[in-house]
Design a protein around this ligand. Sequence first.
Ligand SMILES: COc1cccc(CC(=N)NC(=O)c2cccnc2OC2CCNCC2)c1
Length: 389
Amino acid sequence: KQHKFWETQPVGQFKDVGNSSLPEGPIELPKPLSEVKQEPYNLPNLYEWTVCDMESDEICNEVYVLLTNNYVEDDDNLFRFNYSKEFLRWALHPPGYFQSWHIGVRVKSSKKLVAFITGISVKMRVRDEVVKMAEVNFLCVHKKLRSKRLAPVMIKEVTRRIHLENIWQAAYTAGVLLPTPVTTCQYWHRTLNPKKLIDVGFSRLGDRMTMSRAIKLYKLPNSTSTPGLRKMELRDVPAVTRLLKNYLSQFIVAPDFDDIEVEHWLLPQENVVDSYVVESEDTREITDFISFYTLPSSILNNQNHSILKAAYSFYNVSTRIPLLQLMNDALIIAKQKDFDVFNALDVMENECFLKELKFGQGDGQLYYYLYNYRLSNALKPSELGLVLL
Ligand SMILES: COc1cccc(CC(=N)NC(=O)c2cccnc2OC2CCNCC2)c1
């Protein structure tokens, strides 16, 4: 019964874990495009497919409202991700995006948007192979339409449209265990606003911890410590691309970003993504950078607060300044920008700063998956150089 759908898909199956006779790489070979199903999968009668043009403010707003009311909640149903409209446009319009991969489901009669799933294309390096993949994200079915088995047909439909562009692999994450994770990550939170986090139930005061002790424990300096740390600008793109490509080459799975992609993903956008570079004062070269993205959460039933302002660690590269110092400056900047919490996964080299900078371990896991690509062994989080939104 468990995973009825995923047992039909070209993904690592639990029964195959540890079977080292299975080769690493694609599970199914590409098909001639003429053999890909040409017409959309059937939806239950009352519903129809639609393509969502996120440049349209009206449609972007419909997607925003659907996700705000029906997307992922934490395990205790206290919080729900509240991606902003400008964030969704950023996340879904990288260079070379396919509008046909921004898929909605509407009620035929009312035209109400009741489900969503997206893909964007990415060049992913797995060991020393660069594989064109899709990153699938934002799978959301309206709460009132759950367990109508809509999700499997949406996954099959986005897969079909990805196949039509001759792409045969994908990457995705989930907070639930499915066949079969390439990596299991822990998430960590660094308190920036202890009073609010305790008020809303995100954090609890330890037994011997008073509120004033908590405020003191998490206090940060008012200004950053790294000389030459400044906001990233367009002129920094070539240097940041070089730094990022070189840094990510150490991980087993990582995106292979070119300049145009670095410009899209890392150039600062207010309320979406913040990036800072370290420019060496004498050589003027860019030696390090930090970045985090803005993903607030709705607070589901609290009288005093409705939004949790959360920053999420994105890509950070240290070549001259210790990562610990860079990330401490990232915390200071996030606090200056009135974020309540700074979140990070234990991917890349993050483990080296999590405990030291007073991150607390979250109570859940984030699982990373590859579609139609087998890895002989699961990766340690420190072998993964990929952060999904
Ligand atoms: C605090 O508000 C929340 C609202 C919904 C869910 C969660 C818990 C959770 N599931 N957190 C994460 O998945 C997470 C924790 C740390 C860093 N990135 C994360 O997820 C990212 C990446 C995957 N897509 C969602 C955002 C928290």
